[in-house]
Design a protein around this ligand. Structure first.
Ligand SMILES: Cc1cc2nc3c(=O)[nH]c(=O)nc-3n(C[C@H](O)[C@H](O)[C@H](O)COP(=O)(O)OP(=O)(O)OC[C@H]3O[C@@H](n4cnc5c(N)ncnc54)[C@H](O)[C@@H]3O)c2cc1C
Length: 401
């Protein structure tokens, strides 16, 4: 049996795992990615047709990694965000101009992020891609981990990063516990063509069943993420296009005029999954494997990418023992507060905005109006959504590792 030694092995070459490998392209680390599903497969679960709102902070990380120049052709800038609550008075508007940034964020299809990341990985001299492959067994030693793949290859590494998504099989193989919450909500995604120009505005509208977002895309299309109570998606997905648009219009209203066309619809059941032990001896869980979030605030990938930037910096700075206790302790100290904060805010938003109680509804309206009237509060909210509220890693400040 062939045995290969690496410094770092990343299990899962999805958006987060592949970003970590790219971030470390100039490091002295010898890296492997183990990915179960070929990147060209239709069913590749990370790189599908969902549109991802990438924060300004994430854009800066991609710039430092050197791939923003390739991603920009697929992206649409968000110049303003309009937040409202269906059936209640009050709304908030955030704008790139007020925040003095070129854009509050960018909208990119996960599929496009995938194609750019793959091109980058293919050129990376310090990286070996094992794909399709998955781990059959895993042993932890003091100085390394040892993996046996399903093709019988044996790999060792001083650090193992687990980025195999929300249903992480490696997390299960390691016997790591999670706490999870089923939101009893399902997100329906589709592309929508509205009558009026979107003018690069993103809309977040809270409704009784859950939040509804329309994100600006090229050719005046919008990407819809419509959260409904689980079970209700069955009827909505079965409707013909015209009837679906009637239902959507009644929830969203006429801010973009008549909603004219809808593309293929897909659905995602929504859960919170949070790993209780995201850092283990020589092992780190990142991305959805560490925390799978509700898409209400568009923070899942952005949080994952901030973890990537911090982890890349720590692994690079401790290249001599990249999975050692000092390196992983530093990473944990750095990232736990942001992770907990984003999870708490996301959960609170889902709970607050999924209640049909009229008193809560009036309070929400008042809160949105108050936010709109208070520039410091608005600025704080914008900084949070742009991913700029905390200590930035070197890659988030436009620096090299
Ligand atoms: C509807 C919707 C809208 C969203 N919108 C936004 C948004 O606007 N902004 C935002 O920041 N986030 C958003 N998110 C969240 C975002 O999609 C996730 O945070 C992101 O996809 C997580 O990436 P990941 O690489 O951690 O996991 P995944 O994307 O799940 O990738 C995991 C990878 O691991 C591979 N894998 C799985 N098992 C194994 C194994 N055993 N061995 C090897 N490889 C394996 C898979 O094939 C895959 O390539 C949204 C999510 C949803 C559902």
């Amino acid at each position: 049996m062939k045995k290969t030694d690496y410094d770092l092995i990343i299990v899962g070459g999805g958006m987060v795992g592949a970003s970590l490998a790219c971030a470390l392209k100039n490091s002295p680390l010898k890296i492997a990615i183990i990915e179960a599903v070929p990147y060209t497969a239709d069913k590749q679960p990370s790189y599908d047709d969902r549109a991802i709102a990438i924060s300004y902070g994430s854009q800066r990380i991609f710039e430092s990694i050197g791939i923003w120049s390739k991603l920009v052709q697929y992206s649409t800038p968000i110049l303003a965000i309009h937040i409202s609550d269906r059936g209640h008075f009050g709304s908030t508007r955030l704008s790139a101009k007020d925040e003095q940034v070129p854009a509050l964020g960018q909208v990119i299809l996960a599929r496009s992020v995938g194609s750019v990341l793959q091109q980058q990985l293919a050129q990376q001299a310090n990286l070996t891609l094992h794909c399709p492959a998955s781990i059959q067994s895993l042993e932890q030693y003091d100085s390394h981990v040892r993996l046996t793949l399903d093709n019988e290859q044996i790999l060792t590494a001083r650090c193992l990063v687990v980025a195999d998504g929300g249903r992480s099989t490696v997390r299960q193989q390691l016997g790591l516990s999670t706490h999870s919450h089923d939101y009893q909500q399902t997100a329906i995604i589709a592309n929508i063509s509205p009558e009026r120009p979107h003018q690069n505005r993103a809309f977040e509208r809270f409704t009784d069943s859950g939040p509804l977002a329309l994100l600006p895309m090229a050719d005046n299309r919008c990407s819809l993420v419509w959260t409904v109570n689980s079970g209700d998606e069955i009827a909505l997905l079965a409707l013909n296009d015209a009837d679906f648009l009637v239902q959507l219009q009644s929830c969203f209203g006429y801010r973009l005029g008549e909603l004219k066309q809808v593309g293929a619809r897909q659905s995602y059941p929504l859960h919170l999954v949070q790993s209780d032990q995201p850092v283990q001896h020589r092992i780190v869980l990142i991305g959805n494997a560490a925390h799978t979030l509700h898409p209400v605030a568009g923070q899942g990938f952005n949080l994952g990418l901030r973890d990537v930037a911090a982890l890349a910096e720590v692994l690079h700075d401790h290249a001599d023992d990249c999975g050692g206790a000092r390196a992983l302790h530093e990473y944990t100290q750095w990232r736990t507060a942001d992770q907990d904060n984003v999870i708490t805010i996301t959960n609170s938003l889902v709970q607050l905005f999924s209640q049909s109680n009229p008193i809560v509804g009036h309070l929400r309206g008042a809160a949105l109006s108050a936010t709109n009237a208070l520039p410091p509060l608005k600025h704080w909210m914008a900084a949070k959504s742009m991913g700029l509220a905390r200590k930035q890693p070197r890659l988030g400040r436009g620096l090299k590792l």
